[in-house]
Structure formats: C-alpha cells, structure tokens
Design a protein around this ligand. Structure first.
Ligand code: NDP
Length: 308
C-alpha cells in the first residue's frame, strides 16, 4: 500500500475566497480530507476589497465584503480541514496533482480544486505602482472622504467607473472620467447621470499615460488617441476601474483556458484535466457572484465525493 505523506490530501484547494471556503466546508461535510491554501494573510479573497453593502446573497446581508467574510470564517472556523495562509504557490503540476509553495513546502491531492479568483486589471503606466495607496484610491465608497474638494481622475468606461464617478462627484471639486473609446459600455442609467453631472468632465478616446507627483499625486498626463494631443491635468487622486482578470497564469499551458484566461469547465466544475476542478470567478466570467462561487464549491466537492 502507498505510504500516505503528511501533506497528502483527498483534495487540495488553491484559493481561500468564498468558492474555496465553500469547497473546504463541503469536504468536511462529506468526510474528505482537504487542505485550503491561500496566498494572502487572511481568507476572504475579493470580499476583502468589496466596500459596498452585500444584500443579494440569500440568507445573509453584510455592510461590506469584510463583514461577510467574517461571517463565513465564523462558520468554517471549527470545521475539520487543514488551512494554510501566506501560501504563495510557486508551481503546480496539474497532471501529477502536486503543488509547491514559494517557501518550499509541497502538497499533493487525489483531486485539486482551483479557486484562485480574479484581480483588478492594471494600466501598467509610470507612477501606478509608486502612488498606490498614496493618491491612487481603492474605492469611491471607501475613500470618498479623502477626496473632499479635490480634483480626481477615474479611468474606465464600464459600470464601475461610471458609478464611482457619480459617488465621487458628491465630494470632489471635479471628476475627470477618462475612457479609451468613444462610447461607454456601462449601464444607460449611469451614463445619462454622468453626462448630466456638472462636476464630471468626460474625456473620451483618451488614455492615461502617466501619474506624476512627489510624495503625493500632483498631476496626470493624458493622450488623445485620435489627435495624439497630450494634456496635463492638475489632480490629487486617481481611481482605476478598468475591469478584472483571472488569476490563472500558473495553469497556462496545462489546462484549457478561454481567450481571456478564464478556466473552462463543464456543469460539474470539471476542467480539461482529470480530477482537477475549478470554482468561483476564475472559472465564471459571465456570472461572477458570491452566490455562484459558493454554489460551485459545493458542486465540485459533491462530484469529487461521488468519485471517491
Ligand atoms: P468592465 O469590464 O465592464 O469595464 C472595464 C472598462 O475598462 C471598459 O470600459 C474597458 O474599455 C476599460 N479598459 C479595460 N482595459 C483597459 C486598459 N488597459 N486601458 C484603459 N481602459 C481599459 O469592468 P467594471 O469593473 O466596470 O465592471 C465589472 C462587472 O461588474 C460588470 O459586469 C459590471 O456590470 C459590474 N458592475 C456593476 C455595478 C452595478 O451594477 N452597480 C457596479 C460596478 C460593476 P472598453 O470598453 O474599451 O473595453
């Protein structure tokens, strides 16, 4: 009989947001040993950077994502599954079902569940990294007080950029809304409100090319994509809302991903590799919600338990 190593589990779950936590809970319920790996210092995933109230997850409401995460953690705290924070994954071999962490530890599972979620897309322009937390704000809802009577630039053309323009216009002296195309992709209702808002100046077909300043942001440079004209705007804060992208680089070349990098799955959350499942937003580009993530965790583990 094969010797069972300490770091060998029925199921190893990568990612400790709602989908991964739900999968771990279900593993306990169905008697499967599992290890939940999370690269950050705390579980919660995207909930930790969700600042609006959550009122559409059946059975629980919360004033923000962090509060909801705490409710999830209270429920899972005493459950019987192994967990590991600051577990940055360096390498995964999905065919072999082995996972190596950056600090050297190794894990293997009969099954692997990928629950790595999504992250905010970056612009990759000069100043973006330096001014993060020094003038690049995280959220209109959370940081509205910081921009009281200041000039702020928002980049993006979707619902998030438009909604934040409306929120910040209530406190800011002026909001510039910079979008790369000649039309927004967000909701009609938001577009109409933004267009009528006297404190929002819309700059279409425009890119943000640099964020400048010293210890604080002093200005940004924009470029008109049609005329090539450069403009410096005197502003003190920046909010980037240019969408999200999946955390799936580790799996590229091993598993089927769609053209945007999302993991392709079937209705049981099975991926293109045997005994590898994917749950949550990294595998759900069309309906990324907390409820779907939690449901996908349950679906995958029920399926795995049937195999075992
Ligand atoms: P979206 O993907 O909807 O929009 C991203 C925007 O950023 C697009 O306008 C896109 O431009 C632009 N963009 C992407 N990459 C770049 C880049 N490199 N440089 C410049 N601009 C770029 O993301 P959101 O975060 O707005 O929304 C995500 C989801 O959340 C959506 O489903 C949205 O409906 C939902 N949401 C709903 C809200 C609500 O209903 N209250 C509030 C917030 C979000 P282009 O259009 O040219 O592709």
């Amino acid at each position: 009989m094969k010797k069972v190593e300490k770091n060998e589990f029925d199921v190893v779950i990568i990612g400790g947001g709602p989908a991964g936590l739900s999968a771990a809970l279900w593993c306990d319920d169905l008697g499967l040993s599992s290890m939940l790996l999370e690269k950050e210092k705390e579980f919660g995933g995207q909930l930790l950077w969700t600042y609006n109230a959550i009122e559409n997850h059946l059975g629980i409401t919360a004033k923000n994502g962090r509060e909801m995460s705490e409710i999830f953690l209270q429920q899972t705290e005493k459950r019987n599954f192994s967990r590991h924070l600051t577990a940055g994954v360096e390498k995964v071999n999905l065919a072999e079902k082995t996972i190596s962490l950056t600090h050297g530890e190794e894990f293997s599972g009969k099954f692997i569940i990928l629950a790595t979620g999504v992250r905010r897309r970056k612009l990759n322009i000069p100043g973006e990294d330096f001014f993060r937390g020094r003038g690049i704000i995280e959220s209109g809802k959370k940081d509205a007080d910081k921009i009281e009577n200041k000039n702020v630039v928002i980049v993006g053309g979707g619902d998030a950029a438009l909604e934040n323009a409306l929120i910040l216009s209530e406190k800011a002296k002026k909001v510039y809304l910079v979008h790369r195309r000649d039309e927004f992709r967000g909701r009609k209702e938001f577009i109409e409100k933004v267009e009528k808002n006297g404190r929002v100046e819309i700059l279409l077909e425009t890119e943000l090319v640099e964020i400048k300043g010293d210890e604080a942001i002093r200005s940004v440079r924009t470029k008109n994509r049609k005329s090539g004209e450069m403009r410096d705007l005197q502003i003190e804060a920046v909010l980037l809302r240019i969408g999200i992208e999946p955390n799936t680089e580790l799996f590229r070349g091993q598993i089927d991903l769609d053209k945007n990098g999302y993991i392709e799955i079937d209705s049981s959350c099975r991926t293109s590799i045997a005994n590898v499942f994917a749950v949550g937003d990294a595998a759900n580009p069309t309906a990324p919600t907390i409820s779907s993530a939690v449901g996908m965790g349950a679906t995958a583990v029920k399926q795995i338990s049937a195999y075992l």
